[in-house]
Design a protein around this ligand. Structure first.
Ligand SMILES: *Cc1c(COP(=O)(O)O)cnc(C)c1O
Length: 424
């Protein structure tokens, strides 16, 4: 793809014909009409491509998914109802009861629960590894039944940065794909496929939508993983699917089509976690300005992080764009233009200090959300993690005084003045 990332944000995925709508139409229809049963039968046999029921596929979604595939440099993509659904589908499309996953321990809490608790009930085990694990430590985590490696480019909320090349090489040494959740940097700031990732996932709820308007997710396939070369590991892709008259996805659709076709035909059919066409339309409005918004989020995040670092009330600031951050060098390698606008910092006065600080903020609202146009913040100790004692919080790497601040698109001078006033 020779077009720049900005041109793709604005125009990829949908090219209207003569006299057709300029904006992607919202196809608000559950179903699609056919002249003969034979025509429709071909769709059910996966012999022809087309739409029959919005639980599986919808044209609005497919235009927006095609844009996200173009942004990530992938060959195919699909939209899901949420980021949680995207990560579940990406992993469950290649794992089954008896499989094992190697995952970075530094990931979003919802994904941690999904893998460690819910997928465990399905008979899928996991080994968590440090995002800074050495090659030897990574190799030691693999088992005969390992089927995927998982990590987040920039982890929410720990803000650790994944060494994508190292994790991709480890996955490929063991004949399995690397799945990377690229929610925080977005493809504007990092494209994991260029560094060896095979599957990329997103919570489009965050920067891609960017306006706190629509929950959604996306899965992108690089089309590079050779399922047939490891046929014994991935029977779902390389053995006949009885629910589609014995189709073998990797044979019929090849490296570039197998993964997303199977996830659509089987998982979307059976679980139905599809994004509504309305939400896909809203998501596309966000994507049209993603390349303009991300640099501003980065600018504000860095300015706020630098300011916080100089304040005596602040014990510690985590932001991979700060030279003092342990992930600075690796972030520079994968994200030379910066990562995102989320900053974590610890106030010296613990839980009470965090609570009174946040109460005094006027621009930054207290929300569980991140990656919105409006600045928001959260103190895990008094919200998402409030059942834990101060000691338990410390063990989990979330000190009681920790504040996660997602810097929005306001003027950085106003954000800093708001923080300075609340710190006083
Ligand atoms: C929010 C988030 C998710 C979950 O996405 P939802 O859209 O809330 O389901 C997954 N991964 C990361 C990195 C996230 O920030």
């Amino acid at each position: 793809m020779s077009q720049g990332i900005g041109t793709r944000c604005v125009q990829a995925g949908y090219t209207p014909g003569n006299g057709e709508p300029r904006q992607i139409p919202i196809i608000q229809s559950t179903t699609f009409k056919y002249d003969t049963s034979e025509d429709m039968g071909k769709l059910f046999d996966l012999e022809a491509s087309g739409y029959f029921y919005t639980r599986l596929q919808n044209p609005t979604n497919d235009h927006v998914a095609a844009k996200i595939a173009a942004l990530e440099g992938g060959c195919a993509a699909m939209l899901t109802s949420s980021g949680q659904a995207a990560n579940f589908f990406a992993l469950f499309n290649i794992c089954e009861c008896g499989s094992h996953i190697v995952a970075s321990s530094s990931i979003y809490g919802g994904t941690f629960n999904l893998i460690a608790v819910t997928m465990a009930k399905m008979g899928i085990e996991v080994t968590f590894v440090s995002p800074t694990a050495s090659d030897e430590e990574l190799d030691a985590a693999f088992k005969d039944n390992t089927r995927a490696v998982f990590g987040e480019t920039i982890a929410n909320p720990a803000l650790t940065v994944l060494d994508i090349e190292k994790f991709a090489n480890a996955a490929h040494r063991h004949g399995v794909p690397l799945v990377v959740d690229n929610t925080f940097p977005t493809p504007v700031n990092c494209r994991p496929i260029e560094w060896g990732a095979d599957i990329v996932t997103h919570s489009t709820t965050k920067y891609m939508d960017g306006h706190g308007a629509a929950v959604g997710g996306a899965i992108v396939d690089s089309g590079k993983f050779d399922w047939m070369a490891h046929a014994d590991k991935f029977p779902g892709l390389t053995q006949p699917d009885d629910s589609y008259h014995g189709i073998v996805y990797a044979e019929k659709f090849g490296k570039e089509g197998a993964f997303i076709t199977k996830a659509t035909a089987q998982l979307m059919r059976d679980f139905g976690c599809i994004q509504s066409p309305q939400n896909a339309f809203l998501l596309n409005l966000g994507l049209e300005s993603l390349h303009v918004r991300m640099p501003r989020h980065v600018e504000n995040g860095l300015a706020v992080a630098k300011f916080l670092q100089q304040q005596e009330q602040v014990a510690k600031v985590s932001y991979p764009g700060l030279e003092s951050d342990p992930y600075y060098e690796i972030a520079k390698k994968y994200m030379p233009n910066g990562g995102c606008g989320v900053v974590s910092f610890e106030l010296k006065g613990g839980r009470a200090a965090a609570e009174s600080f946040m109460k005094k903020l006027k621009l930054a609202a207290i929300e569980t959300h991140v990656a919105d146009a409006r600045t928001c913040c959260l103190n895990p100790a008094t919200s998402t993690h409030r059942q834990m004692t101060d000691e338990q919080l410390l063990e989990a790497g979330i000190p009681a005084g920790l504040v996660r601040m997602s810097c929005g698109l306001e003027d950085k001078e106003d954000l800093i003045a708001d923080i300075a006033n609340a710190l006083k």
